[in-house]
Design a protein. Structure first.
Length: 139
């Protein structure tokens, strides 16, 4: 029992963004739903990126080949999707949303793509008991 007879619950996880899409990697986790909302609201600039460079820099990201094939099969739908999302962190630019889209664009022969760049990643980071990396991504 805790203070005033209130029972304390150890190790309780409170999820405040239930239903939001996230991106998890060995570098950290980000709330994609919140990032996309703010990008589409005009809070961040978009830039042109070389697709070959983006794909080469993201070779270690797990992808679903079926998703890429489905996007390639519907180029009009692919073209209507939002731009990629990158974050600047520790002097690096990290792709946090659009791993499948950029590969589909590459397969369709595109050379460049558009992506938002978030210069302050902190509001979009997700922490797990004070840790940046999700427990299931830790080695």
């Amino acid at each position: 029992m805790g203070h005033n007879g209130i029972q304390l619950m150890p190790d309780v996880l409170v999820v405040t963004n239930y239903g939001d899409q996230t991106f998890d990697s060995d570098r950290g986790s980000w709330n994609i739903t919140r990032a996309l909302r703010d990008c589409l609201a005009g809070k961040f600039e978009s830039f042109q990126f070389d697709i070959e460079v983006v794909v080469a820099a993201n070779q270690n990201i797990e992808i679903d080949e079926n998703r890429i094939v489905a996007l390639v099969a519907e180029p009009v739908k692919l073209a209507a999707m939002p731009p990629l999302i990158f974050v600047l962190e520790d002097g690096m630019t990290w792709l946090i949303d659009g791993q499948h889209r950029v590969r589909a664009l590459q397969r369709l022969g595109h050379k460049r793509c558009v992506g938002f760049v978030i210069d302050d990643a902190a509001p979009y980071r997700i922490s797990f008991n004070g840790e940046r990396v999700a427990p299931w991504m830790r080695s």
